[in-house]
Structures are given as structure tokens and as C-alpha cells.
Design a protein around this ligand. Structure first.
Ligand code: NAD
Length: 438
């Protein structure tokens, strides 16, 4: 089969490279010509483990190619995936202008039957909107079907998530389109991946309901963490005790600085907007977003409290990306927290294994450090922001010798307190008692 993917960001490029790996002939299109020129040389414009190798393999085997011309993509694919961005508008609703633009483009260039599948996260009703946009922009009437095929991959483990998903959701009211999609996903069918075949609005809703639920789980444990701090309990043990209950599950019960990334904040906001429009406020999703904003502010108070004030303090931040194994800084808590720390008079140096260059561009005033030691030199505290593996085994003896004051503020609860305090550090974490040096 031949398919096209419009948009070569995290989702589009992973989708294209993985389908090429499944043996499909894939043409990836992006209107960013520079990005396409890089991709044609196998140069992946962002960090995602294993993706450079998979793209190189696809290109090498002649199953993955790139173009900046929409007409070529429309011609090439029996299935055309739309994987362009759907960023939040000021009011929180999803901006569908890229999706609509692609829809209009496809309409004008379609010459045979196409399945047009949205991988972008789009509000309920977008499938119908796309149907209407394409129909009204066709120069001659050609049959097509719109399918909702939301994507659930996580940055940092995107390839594994795509190749071994928990489920594939296909929303369509056309048997023909469902058959094409099932054929395309046959390699996953063979490994017994559950398929949820439903109508378009339901498929669109599954994506928002899933992301809102996961975000709510994080805000819930963060709220419990604050209560733990006030009442002398340990959130780590609370989360373990909760997570062992199979009805709850242990995932997404990790207290921390709040969720970030390109999906949870924007998808929560869009769901809240959908509720407003439908006349049914989404109170839990709204509360999860509010708690998340408060959680970031609490981290500032925590850091200021540990240092006895921020004015003139030097802080070494470890990790900037919104989670490990990605260079994605969209809505990263680290950026908002670093900005506020600086606003309140602190100097912030930071090290990140993948996102440093981009973060330095995005946040004026932050001092880039090339490694952990450089971030520790002369610092009043180290703040562990993102739990990259290389921060899981810090050399505390060495770090103490470099720092002005030995304080570790572990916003990801990576360490057990005695592992840190035995080296003469003060240890501050989230939802657990602060421990002084032994
Ligand atoms: P991204 O910003 O990384 O990539 C979007 C790409 O689309 C860019 O390369 C951009 O140049 C291209 N583009 C924009 N308009 C275009 C047009 N008219 N024609 C061709 N190309 C165009 O975005 P992403 O993170 O890959 O997310 C894409 C969608 O998938 C969003 O709706 C997002 O919510 C959803 N999603 C993202 C993730 C994730 O982890 N990033 C996971 C699941 C779903």
C-alpha cells in the first residue's frame, strides 16, 4: 500500500517511519521546506530515541521519502494522514487552521478515492468539519472518506508506542475506509493489538478523555503530595499503596512539578472549551488544569523556602525538557519555573542532555551549562527538574565540593533521602519530609 503523511513533527515523522518499517510505501510531506531538505538527508530535526536510525533505514530501503509539495503527497497516498499541529488558541480551544488548510489543499488536488485520516488531536466535530471543507473545495466530485485515527504515542518512547500500542482507535462511518485502515494496521492486528472501531466523534472523544484522565491522575497525586507535606505523610509510599490496587494502577501517580509537554495542557484546555460550547462545564478537567498551575507556583515557594529567599541565590537546574528522552520544551515546567526564579532575583544555570541549546534560545538570562558539574559550580542549590537517567546516579561527594551550599531539591522524587543526606546534603523533595544532612 502507498500512504502519505502530512506534517513531519513528532507524530507525523514517527508515523511515516514506522509504517515504512511495516513495509508500506510512505511519502511524508511538510510545508516547512527546510525541514524536508534536512529529512531527505536523513537528518531528523528533533530528538527521539531510535528515530534517526529508523528514518535512515526507510530511506535506504526506498520505502520512505519526503516532499514539500502537497500535490505529490495527495497523488501518492491511498491513505493520507493529517498530523499537523493543533495548538491552543488564546481561549484554550484547538486552533484547527492547519488542519483546515491541509483539507482545502487535499480537496483541490484529489484525483481518485482517498481515505483522509486525522492523527492530529482534534476536537469532537472536526471530522465533520473536514468532510465539509473538502467537499466544498473539490473542483470535481471525487469520493473520499474521513477517518479519525488518534495517536497515543509518548515522546521519548514514540517508536515502541507506535509499534506496540495498547490499542488502535479507528473512527469512521464507512466500511470501505475501515477495511483500508485495518489492512494498513495489519502488522499490529497480527500481534493481537486491540482495535476499537467506532464512529468519528467517539474516536475524537477517546483521545481527549484519555489525555484528560491521565493529566487528572497527575494533578490528583500532586494535590495529595501537598497534603502529605502538611500532614507528615510520604507521597511516594502513598502512591505505591494506591497503585498496587489494580483498579487504580501505579502509572501517572508520580508527584512532581506538574505536567507539561505539547499535549496534556493543551488537550485539557480544549476539553474544557468543548464543555463550555456544549453547555456542560468539564469541572474535573478544569480543576486538573488549575491544580497544575498551582503546582508550578508551589515549586517556586519550595525552592525559595529551601534557600531562605531567592534574591542573589544561584541555582543549578538539572533537566529542562518536559520529560526525559526528548528535547521537547513545549509547556515544560522547567522553563516557567526558571523564568519565575530569575524574575524573583535568582541566577539560574541549567544543563539538559538534549534541550539545552533550544532552551537557551527560548529563555533569555538562563546560563547554559555543559554538564552537571558545571551547573553545580558555585550553586546554592541543585534543582532536579527532569529525571534523565544520567541524574539518577549523581556523584554527591564531587558535587558538594563544587557547590556553595549543599542542597538538593529533587522535584521528581528520584532519590531516597538517606542516599543524599549521608553526603552532607539537605534534601528537599515533593510530598515527602525535608531531610537535613546526617
Ligand atoms: P509538531 O509541531 O511537532 O509537528 C507539526 C508539523 O506539521 C510541523 O513540522 C509543521 O511544519 C507541519 N505543518 C503545519 N502546517 C502544515 C501544512 N499546512 N502542511 C504541511 N505541514 C504542515 O506537532 P506534533 O507534536 O507532531 O503534533 C501533531 C498533532 O498530533 C497535534 O495535534 C498533537 O496534539 C497530536 N499528538 C501529539 C503527540 C506528541 O507526543 N507530540 C502525541 C499524540 C498526538
Amino acid at each position: 500500500m502507498q500512504i502519505s503523511v502530512i506534517g513531519t513533527g513528532y507524530v507525523g515523522l514517527v508515523t511515516g517511519a514506522c509504517f515504512a518499517e511495516f513495509g508500506v510505501n510512505v511519502l511524508c510531506m511538510d510545508n516547512d521546506a527546510k525541514r524536508i531538505a534536512r529529512l531527505e538527508k536523513g537528518d531528523v530535526p528533533f530528538y527521539e530515541p531510535g528515530l534517526t536510525e529508523l528514518v535512515a533505514k526507510g530511506i535506504g530501503q526506498g520505502r520512505l521519502s519526503f516532499t514539500a509539495e502537497l500535490i505529490r503527497a495527495v497523488d501518492h497516498g491511498e491513505v493520507i494522514f493529517i498530523a499537523v499541529g493543533t495548538p491552543p488558541r488564546k481561549d484554550g480551544s484547538a486552533d484547527l487552521s492547519f488542519v483546515e488548510e491541509v483539507g482545502r489543499g487535499i480537496a483541490g488536488k484529489m484525483a481518485s478515492y482517498k481515505v483522509i485520516a486525522t492523527k492530529s488531536t482534534v476536537p469532537v466535530g472536526t471530522g465533520a468539519l473536514l468532510q465539509e471543507v473538502i467537499t466544498s473545495n473539490q473542483s470535481k466530485q471525487i469520493t473520499f472518506d474521513v477517518v479519525s485515527n488518534p495517536e497515543f504515542l509518548r515522546e521519548g518512547s514514540a517508536i515502541e508506542d507506535f509499534m506496540r500500542p495498547n490499542r488502535v482507535v479507528i473512527g469512521s462511518d464507512s466500511e470501505r475506509a475501515v477495511a483500508v485502515m485495518k489492512d494498513l494496521y495489519r502488522p499490529l492486528y497480527l500481534i493481537e493489538t486491540p482495535f476499537v472501531v467506532t464512529d468519528v466523534p467517539t474516536a475524537e472523544m477517546i483521545k481527549y478523555a484519555s489525555n484528560a484522565f491521565l493529566a487528572t491522575k497527575i494533578s490528583f497525586i500532586n494535590e495529595i503530595a501537598t497534603l502529605c507535606e502538611r500532614m507528615g505523610a510520604d507521597v511516594q509510599a502513598v502512591a505505591k499503596g494506591m497503585g498496587l490496587d489494580q483498579r487504580i494502577g501505579s502509572k501517572f501517580l508520580q508527584a512532581g512539578p506538574g505536567f507539561g509537554g505539547s499535549c496534556f495542557p493543551k488537550d485539557l484546555a480544549a476539553l474544557v472549551q468543548m464543555g463550555e460550547k456544549a453547555g456542560h462545564p468539564m469541572q474535573i478537567a478544569g480543576a486538573a488544569a488549575v491544580v497544575n498551575t498551582q503546582q508550578r507556583a508551589r515549586m517556586i515557594t519550595k525552592i525559595a523556602g529551601a534557600l531562605g529567599g531567592l534574591k542573589g541565590a544561584t541555582i543549578g537546574m538539572l533537566g529542562l525538557s518536559f520529560k526525559p528522552n526528548t528535547d521537547d520544551l513545549r509547556e515544560a515546567p522547567a522553563l516557567a519555573i526558571a523564568e519565575e526564579l530569575m524574575k524573583q532575583g535568582a541566577n539560574v544555570g541549567a544543563y539538559d542532555p538534549a534541550a539545552l541549546e533550544e532552551a537557551t534560545r527560548m529563555l533569555a538570562g538562563i546560563m547554559p551549562c555543559q554538564n552537571t558539574e558545571e551547573a553545580a559550580r558555585g550553586a546554592d542549590a541543585l534543582v532536579l527538574m527532569t529525571e534523565w537517567n544520567e541524574f539518577r546516579n549523581l556523584d554527591f561527594t564531587k558535587l558538594k565540593s563544587l557547590m556553595r551550599r549543599p542542597i538538593l531539591i529533587d522535584l521528581r522524587n528520584v532519590y531516597e533521602s538517606n542516599r543524599v543526606t549521608q553526603f552532607g546534603f539537605r534534601y528537599v523533595s515533593v510530598g515527602r519530609p525535608t531531610k537535613n544532612p546526617d
